[in-house]
Design a protein around this ligand. Structure first.
Ligand SMILES: *[C@@H]1O[C@H](CO)[C@@H](O)[C@H](O)[C@H]1NC(C)=O
Ligand SMILES: *[C@@H]1O[C@H](CO)[C@@H](O)[C@H](O)[C@H]1NC(C)=O
Ligand SMILES: *[C@@H]1O[C@H](CO)[C@@H](O)[C@H](O)[C@H]1NC(C)=O
Ligand SMILES: *[C@@H]1O[C@H](CO)[C@@H](O)[C@H](O)[C@H]1NC(C)=O
Ligand SMILES: *[C@@H]1O[C@H](CO)[C@@H](O)[C@H](O)[C@H]1NC(C)=O
Ligand SMILES: *[C@@H]1O[C@H](CO)[C@@H](O)[C@H](O)[C@H]1NC(C)=O
Length: 849
């Protein structure tokens, strides 16, 4: 027996370690008990189990029990085999009683390893129930010879004591070790979404749960010593159904950043080691084929007849940019998340852990649960998807086969249609939106977008494989590039473009810029395109041409105008883009005599453009700076979804071309970052400044430079900034729509513009922050909150209530309404996506002469 102080120190150290690792959670109750002995055993990470013979007399009520020991060694890979050298054998009902310092959820872990001792043969004779608080956790347990087993439960302890009762149903009962440890109350929420229905399962907080599987996708196995709550996580390989489609991904655990403020996940939801590894679709990033469906699936045994809580853990450690990846998640045959984008939950940040709970009803759990991650069914989606962790918990006593003792508890479970008109509204909107989305998709012309792995200037593309593809409308699921999977260059024959533009007829010109003219074209399959024909080849032009193709073929985002192909026959330099039906954002703000866009439309256009720019800045290893952000370079498709255009020619990647810079300095006068102007220092923040000017255009609906106005009003930025500072927004806001703008939303946009226009780049927000603010401004316009309490650039929690169960539980009617608004917003985006294939106009108008 180790001296007591030593033991105390170990316990203390263990709890301090545990506390430190789990963000200050220190379990109020910790009992680690070794049964049938007076000895102690210290296992990994200083967890010391104390023999039950040394517990106070009232803790163990076992009139007929035997202390058994063995020299057999249980085969337990976790190095905890010391727990299996002794057992307490009961030949009559018996119980352990633990004093509970703090009610709430506790782990109860029972260790079993049967061995023969004197006349007691546990493997042959044991059969028993284990009950706690009237719930039968273990029902008629019969151990497997030679096998050590750990059964883990979590339950909400309501009284001052916890009684674990053993009742033999056969000759005897036994147990080798017991753990009772407090769990953070937030770990299990009261509600979870039902699989296969718009219903919510409530009442989990009073249910006992049994961990059936706890999986760390990828490797390694995580043992209790390395988990923030002493849990064990097994690798997923042996559960995979189609291993050839799975790929292992990992990152350093230190890079995982928990966002505890917004309750997305915390260190005790799962340790960083779980989030730092993932299993990903192996086809991800290795194929240029779009709209091809792949699934990766896992199959888990799960006894029939119970409800199951499934908890999915995600953390985007695989993407370069925090946006653009969407995938589907299935449980059984039902889709539980469709086109799920983690970035929406993490607010466009990488490496932030998130989890989602779903409840699978007993009728759908028939002995095994299949879970799949599949490529998004969204158009233009590359097959991708991943999962970091998965927990499957049996709801003890739920609809449970042969668990009648718990039926009283299960009556507390209410499964009902989510109440509240706001939520119904949101659901309805979602459903309608989804139908609209589907319908539109059915009608929409096929998508043509370059893949991000396409490189037209690879030797093979320029060589023998420089074949052209005709625009024949084939079987719907068109794969634009790389019919051979490797990505052949995508050249369009000159003749096809001649035909599309009526021989480059002047009547088809829709824009003109320094590079050349832009024509509207109609391909043979009636796809509309914007054809940008460069002036005859000059050395400079050729360089830009190649830059644009290379850039565009690397970048692929729904808020960037996409390149459909190019033509370099006969010395031509022609770029073919998707056609943006509504033209430039500028033309809908002023100068073209078009009806004014509504405030919501303006905010949505800004949000789209901000997404595109954010992707440019963060989407690849090296930030890409647009250098010519202006309202004339933000194009709108027929549903007014915005895309950023003209980013290939306006900057040329990593190295700066001075002459080119100076032309641009002239070209976009009025948008130019003063710091860049003064110090020739080009950063992403220069784009942020220019975007701030775009926000002013949206707010004020006037040109950025108007030489006809009085001196102090010539420059939009100079004129508007004082009004932004002193809040006199009424003096500058577009009078045509001023009455429709909610004050909170107006103020948010004005504040955002002001911050973008800060004198020094370091003081300006990133595009990610700007995006956040704009989405928030939209919330304030369409949601129910008036935003009077929100003045800061980055309020502490995301505007869209994150749908973790905790948050869901606390949603009030008011926030529900905001939620509904948020869904409508997302829907706008969804609509946009579906229409993004409709091609639109490229107008390159010169902003200033
Ligand atoms: C069981 O415990 C007894 C008493 O402490 C000891 O004499 C015996 O060697 C132990 N048996 C085994 C198999 O460890
Ligand atoms: C358990 O396994 C051991 C060794 O394999 C064997 O000797 C023993 O008879 C088995 N007991 C039962 C109950 O099957
Ligand atoms: C435990 O159950 C009680 C009701 O019996 C509930 O008020 C409490 O929130 C629950 N605690 C947890 C952690 O679920
Ligand atoms: C915990 O993780 C560390 C580092 O990964 C490893 O060296 C150690 O062996 C692990 N400990 C346990 C108990 O698994
Ligand atoms: C992926 O799995 C889901 C659910 O099992 C199924 O409905 C879907 O058809 C699968 N897709 C593919 C391409 O296998
Ligand atoms: C064991 O549990 C089952 C089902 O919960 C119950 O019917 C049975 O009476 C229990 N047996 C004992 C001995 O408590």
């Amino acid at each position: 027996m180790p001296p007591v102080p030593d033991m105390l120190v170990r316990l203390l150290v263990a709890s301090v370690l545990l506390g430190a690792a789990s963000g200050a959670f220190t379990p109020a109750d910790t009992y680690l008990v070794l049964c049938g002995t007076s000895a102690s055993a210290t296992v990994a990470a200083g967890r010391t189990f104390v023999g039950d013979a040394r517990l106070p007399a009232k803790s163990l009520a076992a009139p007929q029990s035997v202390e058994a020991n063995t020299s057999l060694t249980a085969v337990v890979p976790s190095g905890e085999s010391q727990l299996y050298r002794s057992a307490r054998v009961f030949t009559a009902p018996a119980s352990y009683t633990f004093a509970v310092k703090q009610p709430g959820r506790h782990f109860v872990r029972l260790h079993f390893f049967p061995f023969p001792y004197r006349s007691y043969d546990m493997a042959a004779d044991a059969a028993f129930n284990v009950s706690v608080q009237g719930a039968v956790l273990v029902n008629g347990y019969a151990p497997k010879n030679g096998t050590a087993e750990l059964r883990e439960f979590s339950l909400n302890v309501t009284g001052a004591t916890l009684v674990i009762a053993f009742a033999p149903t056969g000759k005897l009962a036994f147990v080798n070790a017991i753990e009772v440890v407090s769990v953070p109350d937030e770990l299990i929420a009261d509600t979870a979404r039902m699989v296969g229905g718009a219903v919510q399962y409530t009442g989990l907080s009073t249910q006992a749960l049994e961990t059936i599987h706890r999986i760390n996708m990828g490797v390694p196995k995580i043992t209790p010593g390395n988990d923030t709550l002493g849990r064990t996580w097994l690798p997923d390989q042996s559960f995979q159904l189609n291993t050839n489609l799975a790929q292992h991904k990992d990152a350093k655990p230190l890079t995982i950043k928990y966002d505890e403020k917004s309750a997305l996940s915390s260190a005790y939801t799962a340790p960083a080691e779980v989030y730092a590894t993932a299993t990903r679709l192996s086809t991800a990033g290795e194929t240029s084929t779009i709209n091809v469906q792949f699934n990766i699936s896992w199959r888990f045994d799960a006894p029939a007849g119970s409800d199951y809580l499934l908890r999915f853990h995600w953390c985007d450690i695989v993407s370069k940019a925090a946006m653009g990846m969407a995938f589907n998640v299935y449980v059984g045959g039902s889709v539980v998340l469709e086109n799920y984008e983690i970035s929406r939950d993490t607010f466009n940040r990488l490496s932030i852990p998130v989890y989602k709970d779903f409840l699978l009803g007993a009728k759908d759990a028939k002995g095994a649960i299949t879970v799949s991650i599949g490529s998004s069914t969204e158009d233009n989606a590359l097959p991708d998807g991943f999962l970091n962790g998965l927990e499957i918990m049996r709801v003890v006593g739920s609809a449970g086969a042969g668990a009648p003792a718990a039926s009283a508890r299960s009556s507390k479970v209410k499964i009902g249609i989510i109440a509240g008109s706001a939520v119904c509204g949101a659901t309805l909107v979602m459903v309608l939106g989804f139908i609209a989305f589907r319908t539109l998709r059915g009608r929409e012309p096929e998508k043509k977008q370059p893949s991000d792995t396409w490189s037209p200037f690879s030797a093979s593309a320029l060589g023998s494989r420089s074949r052209s593809r005709s625009f024949s409308k084939s079987n719907g699921n068109t794969v634009l590039l790389g019919q051979n999977g490797a990505g052949a260059g995508y050249r369009i024959p000159f003749a096809a473009l001649q035909e599309a533009t009526d021989g480059f007829d002047e009547a088809m010109v829709i824009g003109e810029g320094g590079f050349g003219k832009v024509y509207k074209g109609t391909m043979r399959d009636e796809t509309l395109v914007a054809v940008k024909r460069g002036n005859r080849r000059t050395q400079q032009g050729l360089h830009e041409f190649h830059t644009e193709i290379e850039m565009l073929s690397r970048l692929r985002h729904r808020h960037l105008v996409s390149l459909i192909g190019y033509c370099d026959e006969r010395g031509e330099m022609i770029l073919v883009y998707e056609y943006m039906a509504m033209g430039t954002l500028r033309s809908h703000l002023y100068g073209a005599g078009l009806p004014p866009l509504s405030w919501e439309q303006r905010l949505e256009a800004c949000i789209g453009a901000a997404r595109g720019l954010h992707y440019l800045h963060t989407g690849s290893a090296k930030a890409i700076i647009h250098r010519d952000v202006k309202s004339a370079n933000i194009l709108l498709d027929e549903s007014f979804m915005a895309k950023v255009a003209d980013f290939g020619l306006s900057k040329n990647g990593p190295e700066l071309d001075k002459t080119h810079v100076s032309t641009k300095v002239k070209g976009s006068f009025g948008y130019l970052d003063p710091e860049y102007f003064r110090r020739q220092m080009l950063t992403e923040k220069s784009d942020v400044y220019s975007f701030g000017v775009v926000l002013l255009e949206v707010l004020c609906a006037r040109t950025v430079i108007d030489p006809t106005l009085p001196r102090e009003m010539v420059s939009l930025a100079e004129w508007a900034t004082p009004c932004l500072r002193n809040g006199r927004l009424d003096q500058i806001v577009d009078q045509r729509i001023a009455g429709t703008i909610r004050p909170g939303s107006l103020k948010k946009l004005a504040d955002t513009a002001e911050k973008c226009l800060a004198e020094y780049g370091v003081e300006r927000p990133t595009m990610g922050d700007v995006l956040w603010c704009l989405e928030f401004a939209l919330q304030l316009q369409v949601g129910s909150s008036d935003g009077s309490d929100v003045d800061t650039m980055l309020p502490p929690a995301p505007p869209v209530p994150v749908k973790t169960p905790e948050v869901q539980r606390s949603l009030s009617a008011a926030t529900m309404a905001t939620d509904a608004a948020a869904m409508t917003t997302n829907l706008g985006d969804l609509d946009g996506m579906s229409l993004s294939g409709v091609f639109s106009k490229m107008i390159k108008s010169d902003e200033v002469r």
